[in-house]
Design a protein around this ligand. Structure first.
Ligand code: 13P
Length: 342
């Protein structure tokens, strides 16, 4: 393992004022997004949509440090024949890849899931590295929606798999994004989200230690500490920022170069405002930035709606969200910048 090289890539992924575009929706997930727009989910439409994002020059060159791709996308070429990976590199961004194989029911733990994909992972990493990938992502899902969940079995099993994935990545010269996501689904309050997030992160870093993962060569991708979507409770931006930072400070060693949040179903503006508020509460021991899927893509997806004549408008929408989140990554976002653009 060349830790200096891994550290250099990890630092670049969380470079000041830049964050990650999660464009790694599986074919099933992107179909759901396209269905909502009335767009047929064909390989060409998926390519056209993602090519539109990767050709958004302002976003990609100024605010997007890296892009997480799905297996299909990494093998696709743009309309003019350029591999999409090359488009990303030319724009000054780093290509990455989702390597988990999704979730399956966890035995004896009703309602809970485990993320699979460790078998054959080393060989897949070698292939992806050959295709230009510098980092990878694996997402574990912890559901706290009611009942006796999450179980210790679920937390332990998922964080263990994440740590084994992270060790394999580093052994193959690829920076792992470690994503143990505590879902927003459910009617729990923010305190419950805090407790579960803290427990998950504590156990996650213990598992990483046991697998000998070098913290300097990874990026953490956590959820923010928020109330459940069905709780009907609104809390202030400051409360989310304060509680999220409290959990992170209690659990994430300063050796980790950066933390890149998932958006997890928050509104676009909430995801930006929360990140901004946390960065205003610095100084912090790590870079805090975004690795958003929905909160970066929702607006451009809608503007695009599958029509080539909408590409320019969709790129404007993407450039705007990327800039807003880039500002939030340094604590310089302002709500009125959103109104001005509208
Ligand atoms: P969201 O920002 O839509 O939660 O997606 C981020 C991601 O990559 C989930 O794995």
């Amino acid at each position: 393992m060349n830790l200096a090289e891994l550290n250099k890539v990890a630092e670049a992924m969380v470079a000041r004022g830049r964050g990650i575009l999660a464009a790694d929706e599986s074919s099933g997930t992107i179909k759901k997004r396209f269905d909502a727009l009335g767009v047929e989910s064909t390989p060409d439409n998926r390519r056209d949509y993602r090519e539109m994002l990767f050709r958004s020059a302002e976003a990609m060159s100024k605010y997007i440090s890296g892009v997480i791709l799905y297996d299909e996308t990494i093998r696709q070429t743009a309309k003019d024949g350029t591999p999409l990976v090359k488009l990303i590199e030319k724009a000054g961004s780093i290509p990455g890849i989702k390597v988990d194989k999704g979730t399956k029911p966890l035995p004896f733990c009703p309602g809970e899931v485990v993320t699979e994909g460790l078998d054959g992972l080393r060989e897949r990493l070698v292939e992806y590295r050959g295709l230009g990938v510098k980092f990878a992502k694996w997402r574990a899902v912890i559901d706290i929606a009611g009942g006796p969940v999450p179980s210790y079995t679920c937390i332990r099993t998922n964080t263990h798999a994440l740590a084994r994935y992270a060790a394999l990545c580093q052994d193959e010269g690829i920076v792992p994004i470690v994503e143990p996501e505590v879902l927003m689904d459910g009617d729990h309050d923010i305190e419950r989200c805090y407790q579960v997030t803290e427990m998950v992160l504590k156990i996650q870093f213990e598992e990483l230690y046991f697998q000998r993962v070098a913290l300097e060569g990874m990026v953490l991708k956590p959820n923010m500490v928020v109330p459940g979507k069905k709780s009907g409770k609104r809390v202030s931006v400051e409360e989310v920022a304060e509680k999220t930072l409290r959990a992170l400070k209690a659990c994430v060693p300063a050796a980790v170069p950066g933390i890149a949040f998932l958006s997890g179903g928050q509104s676009d503006e909430d995801a930006t405002a929360h990140l901004d508020a946390m960065n205003r509460m610095g100084p912090l021991p790590w870079r805090l930035t975004f690795s958003y899927g929905r909160a970066l893509q929702h607006a451009p997806q809608k503007a695009w709606s599958g029509k080539s004549e909408n590409v320019a408008a969709a790129q404007r929408a993407f450039n705007h969200r990327a800039m807003m989140n880039g500002l939030a990554a340094t604590g310089q976002w302002k709500a009125d910048l959103e109104r001005k653009a509208a």
